[in-house]
Design a protein around this ligand. Sequence first.
Ligand SMILES: Nc1nc2c(c(=O)[nH]1)N[C@H]1C(S)=C(S)[C@@H](COP(=O)(O)O)O[C@H]1N2
Ligand SMILES: [Mo]
Length: 360
Amino acid sequence: MGPWGKRDDVRVHETEPYNAEPPPAALAGQWLTPVDAFYSRNHGPVPRIAPDTWRLRVDGLVQRPLDLSLADLRDGFEAHSAVVTLQCAGNRRAGLIAVRDIPGEDPWGSAAVSTAEWTGARLGDVLAAAGVQEGAAHVALEAPDVSELADPPQRFGASVPLEKAGADEVLLAWAMNGEPVPPVHGGPVRVVVPGWIGARSVKWIERVTVQREPSDNWFQDVAYRLLPSDGEPAHGRGIPLGPLPLTADILAPEDGAVVSAGPLEVTGYALAGDRRTVARVEVSADGGASWRAAKLDPPIGPWAWQHWRATLAVPPGPAELVARAWDSAGTPQPELPGPLWNPKGYANNSWGRVTLTARH
Ligand SMILES: Nc1nc2c(c(=O)[nH]1)N[C@H]1C(S)=C(S)[C@@H](COP(=O)(O)O)O[C@H]1N2
Ligand SMILES: [Mo]
């Protein structure tokens, strides 16, 4: 087993800060991702926080600032569980780097996406206990991990508009797949913001501030923004990323695989954005010249991926597998990464592609 309890075969982009994704096939065909395969994205050292010393401060535009222990959170608020897929905004950046280089950012493949059952208190219930004041519009989330990658170096933070932060699905989670949230995934308590880019699901949450404006934290105000293709990161530039776009991708077979010619089982996932479901997935074994419908699992809940599978006839020789999805609003996935290229390499939701070789 590798660092932080991960499988030996995870692809480690960086050891410090720790950034790793599993082989895509480790995600295939199962709703819940085992913790040893769940991708992990960190911008600074992983803090070790003893559960009995953890505190959560709730302040800003509230009637009653709160200072909660883990016991206060567990005993004072109703517990809720939800199956939620987390996806990093940098998932599939490698496909954008293939279009044009993105210096200084890791070339994440197809597996910066994973699903767990999260259990915790609703952030909305905690905000209600504190009493949100008039004029509040955003909820800033702050963690203790200091990132040297930020300019200037600072703690990791984010903010979420009050409307989303207070929605039923947003959790202060203390359990992941029925076990205490492990340190690398934000234990003792992390925020889970379903349907939004992973960067808003702040780990090791220690301060929640209700305010008029979005957070001025570097990770909200500079990074995790969709810049114009000729733009440079700067304060307040670009579109702050929130809701995830529709994505479908192939998880097995893996890119570069050598398979037997003939019928081939292809599997993958599709994930619709905030408040949409996946309506259709099609798969091609000839680079998109011809398509077949994939068999799509029904949604397990509004915030989780849906897996799909199809059996395709693959003739001997090189082959390109392609997958594409539509969501419940009829929106198709974009075909190519080229027009999606952006300077920080976020939000590549183009058609899933895998090249392989079929042998007699
Ligand atoms: N405190 C803190 N929270 C954080 C991060 C971080 O570096 N520090 N990374 C964010 C990003 S970009 C992602 S994609 C998710 C990854 O969560 P995971 O490591 O549990 O998979 O955590 C988010 N929350
Ligand atoms: Mo991320």
